[in-house]
Write a protein that binds this ligand. Structure first.
Ligand code: PBG
Length: 322
C-alpha cells in the first residue's frame, strides 16, 4: 500500500493553487524603460522584440499604461544625444533621465520611479566610469561623478537610485551625498552582485553602451565566484543599501538563494536583456509556449527568494494576468 500520495495535491487547478508555495505579484515587478533624448533615436530594439526606446512623451504614456496594469515601479535608463570622456551629460539637470523622472512623478505621483545610475551610457569610451591615464576605470574619481549624478536625480524627484557601476564604496558616498543634501528619503537599490555577463548584449545595443575597448571584467564580478557575491552584498548593506540586487537572474539563481538565506534586506533580481532575448527568440520561433515559459521563469526568481523582480516581461505579464 502507498500511504503518501503527493499527486493528490496536484489533481486540480484549485487544489494546486491552494497549496502553491510561491506566487508572482505584479506589485513586485519592475519594468525597465529606455528613454531617448533625441526623438529620432526612438523605436523598437531589434534584439529585444516587444521592447522600445521611448521618447520622453512616450515614456510618460507608457508609465501611465503600466500603472493602470498594476506595474507601479519603473527603472529608467537614459540614452543621451551626445557622449564624452567625462560623461558630462549624466549630471545635466536638464538631462533625459532627470527630465523623465520629473515628468513621470508630476503625471503619476504614486509611480515608484527608479533610475539606473551609471556612466556607461554617457561616456564616449563606453566604460562605467572615468578613465585614468592608463585607460583603467578610476574608482575614486568615478565616485565623485556618481554622487554628482545622484543629486541631480534626487532633485528631479527620484524615489530609488540604482547604482550599477560596481565601483568600490559607491553606496556609502552616494548615501552620504544624498543625506548631506537633505535627501534622506531617496532609497538606494544597489546592483551588488553584478556579474560581467554576456547576457547584457542586447541592452548594450539598445543603449549604445558597449565598451569601445576592453570589457567590464575589471570591475564587474567573475562568474565562478559565489562567496564573493555575498561579500559584495554585505558591504553594500553595511554602506547603507536599502535593497540589494543580483544580476543577471537565471544563470545566478544560486546567488539569489544564498543571499536570501543570509541577509534580511529586500533582494532584487534583474532578469536581463539577454535572458529576455533568449526566451523571445525561442517563443518567436514557436519553440516554446511563451506564456508558460515566462510564468515559469518569473516563478523561478520568486522561488529562489527574490522580493523584487526587474524584468522586460513585467508589462506583458500584467496584461495577461489582468
Ligand atoms: C549599466 C547597466 C547595464 C545593465 C543595467 N545597467 C549594462 C552593463 O553593465 O553593461 C544591463 C541590463 C540588461 O542587460 O538588461 N551599467
Amino acid at each position: 500500500m502507498i500511504a503518501v500520495r503527493p499527486r493528490r495535491l496536484r489533481r486540480s487547478q484549485v487544489m494546486r493553487e491552494l497549496v502553491a508555495e510561491h506566487r508572482i505579484g505584479v506589485e513586485h515587478l519592475v519594468q525597465p524603460l529606455f528613454v531617448v533624448e533625441r526623438d529620432e533615436d526612438a523605436g523598437p530594439i531589434e534584439s529585444m522584440p516587444g521592447i522600445s526606446r521611448h521618447s520622453l512623451r512616450r515614456a510618460v504614456a507608457e508609465a501611465r499604461e503600466l500603472f493602470a496594469l498594476g506595474i507601479k515601479s519603473v527603472l529608467l535608463f537614459g540614452i543621451p544625444a551626445s557622449k564624452d570622456a567625462a560623461a558630462s551629460g549624466s549630471y545635466d539637470t536638464n538631462g533625459i533621465v532627470q527630465r523623465t523622472i520629473a515628468a513621470i512623478k508630476s503625471t503619476l505621483p504614486e509611480m515608484l520611479v527608479m533610475a539606473d545610475l551609471c556612466a556607461c551610457e554617457y561616456t564616449d569610451h563606453g566604460h562605467c566610469g572615468v578613465l585614468d591615464s592608463e585607460g583603467e576605470v578610476d574608482n575614486d574619481a568615478t565616485l565623485e561623478l556618481l554622487c554628482r549624478i545622484a543629486l541631480t536625480y534626487a532633485d528631479a524627484g527620484v524615489d530609488v537610485i540604482a547604482p550599477s557601476d560596481m565601483m568600490d564604496g559607491r553606496v556609502k558616498v552616494i548615501r552620504c551625498a544624498l543625506d548631506a543634501h537633505g535627501r534622506t528619503r531617496v532609497a538606494i537599490m544597489a546592483y551588488s552582485a553584478k556579474y560581467a555577463s554576456a547576457f547584457y548584449g542586447p541592452f548594450r545595443d539598445a543603449a549604445g553602451s558597449a565598451p569601445r575597448q576592453g570589457d567590464r571584467r575589471g570591475y564587474q564580478m567573475d562568474a565562478p565566484n559565489a562567496r564573493e557575491a555575498l561579500r559584495e552584498i554585505a558591504l553594500d548593506i553595511a554602506e547603507g543599501a536599502d535593497i540589494v540586487m543580483v544580476k543577471p537572474g537565471l544563470p545566478y539563481l544560486d546567488i539569489v538563494r544564498a543571499a536570501r538565506d543570509r541577509f534580511d534586506v529586500p533582494i532584487a533580481v534583474y532578469n536581463v536583456s539577454g535572458e529576455y532575448a533568449m526566451l523571445q527568440a525561442a517563443i518567436g520561433n514557436g519553440w516554446l509556449d511563451g506564456d508558460r515559459a515566462v510564468d515559469e521563469t518569473l516563478t523561478s526568481f520568486v522561488r529562489a527568494g527574490a522580493d523584487v523582480v526587474i524584468t522586460y516581461f513585467a508589462k506583458t505579464y500584467a496584461q495577461r494576468h489582468a
